[in-house]
Ligand binder design. Sequence first.
Ligand code: SF4
Length: 419
Amino acid sequence: MSTQRKPGVFFKTFGCRTNQFDTQVMMANLRDFAVVHDESEADFVVINSCTVTNAADSSARNYINQVKKKSDAKIVFAGCGAISKGKELFEQNRVFSVFGHSQKQNLNAILKQSSPTFDLGDLKQIDDTVVEDFIGKSRAFIKIQEGCDFECSYCIIPSVRGAARSHKPQTILRQIEKLARNGYGEFILTGTNVGSFGKDIDYPLSLLLQNISRIKGVKRVRLGSLEPSQIDDAFMELLDEPWMAKHLHIALQHTSDEMLRIMRRRNRFEKDLALFERIADRGYALGTDFIAGHPGESEKLWQEAMQNAQMLPLTHIHCFTYSKRDNTASAAMKEEVRGDVAKARRAELVELIKAKNYDFRKRCTTPLQVLVESEKEGIFTGYDQYFNPLKIRSNKDLKHCWIEVDDVQREKNANFKTL
Ligand code: SF4
């Protein structure tokens, strides 16, 4: 008896780790449809979009045009871009259906609709789907919170993700138990503003971390981006725990107080420096986010920012050049920085942090615990507890393996080992 083929759904995910988790939630809620990994087999293409910059909007629009050129698949538009651009795309018939974050668990029903649907839902909802597997990944991203209460002048996220709200601790723990039973050992806690977790439910992030560490099979816990103001003493007490990844990403966005004031950031340099030094003294690698070229960033403020960055014990950086985002306070600011100047500043800072990372790796004597994630032309790559890549030459298949190595070859861009 031939079983009828389920219509195929191809997922295209843009943006951050939180979006990657959201896509897994959508996949997990499909009943009458099958996930396909090739667009050409798709009856539906679900775009989980990002809208963090104008450029992100263009990427989604270009992708829609590509799909429309290649196939008759119905395009379903979701993610943060649904809130900011969904109406426009729907009214222009560029997409078949549009839905907001709060509707993603209803994807099966949405795809079963024969006529176009438009439903942005609300910005208060919290998912309770437990994802059983992370298709194609060796590490598991775990969304622990949604939304953000900060008001950074360049950022649209709070208006498309809503206010900060926490996922239920028991759902998070059940989620990790399931994935640990399915063989995952490393968990990356993610969200729009991870450090806001627990504030609305009186449940500290440090308590969640301790409870996660007690789950059988959990080897390492990493955290997505934290804000300096969110690191309290209870969190600091966990730093030496063996299951804590020895790398934290703490978003500064700039190192000049005047720029931080203009960007409506809550952090200030002197306190940031003291915090980073305290954590670096515990042997941690430290990463941050930085926006170069934000309006108001004069040459004088840039020089001050670079001097301050020199003092910080940084080892990793996500440095972006400012990209205007409509409907943000920064978009109305006059003193714009030329694109080539912003790019040059970004390059200068990235070079500085690359050198600091190399120094850190040269000083590092502890054995490296590495989860091997991928293989390309006989070279395996994984990340150690300091979130530094290790390139391994080996005849054995090391994918998804945990290995402990010391005595690695330290080169400018990465560490190397032959096994
Ligand atoms: S902390 Fe600032 S940059 Fe980050 S999501 Fe919130 S408003 Fe945006």
